[in-house]
Design a protein around this ligand. Sequence first.
Ligand code: ZN
Length: 152
Amino acid sequence: MNDSKFIAIALEEARLGFEEGGIPIGAVLVSSEGKILGRGRNQRVQEGVPILHGETSALANAGNLHHSLYKGATMYTTLSPCDMCTGACLLFGISRVVIAENKNFVGGEAYLKQRGVEVVVLDHAECTELMERFIRERPELWSDDVGGKPKK
Ligand SMILES: [Zn+2]
């Protein structure tokens, strides 16, 4: 199944991020024809750029694409997308968001669905374990991140 193939690539990105001492969240943007348009990982620690999350890094690495390419595209991400990445997916008109797990964080899934985006949550064990390990080993880094901020 293609979803597990592309989520495995997002997980590869997340693992690279973990090895680099960063926040282990990876993402891959895939066209309607199954071509990888861009892939990336959270770069807040590595590059010191707080808006480079997994999804926004994948979008940045995809470069300037014709708007028609986003339609029908799928964003694969290892963790439920935050408000910024939810907004980016909506802004670019991405049709489908596949989320490896939402046990460690729940982002804008309801809003994506409300706006007509297909949302799939895979409940992916390895992605959940990697994020759990990160939160356990680097609580200061996670609590400093938007994802770890206390909710209202
Ligand atoms: Zn994000």
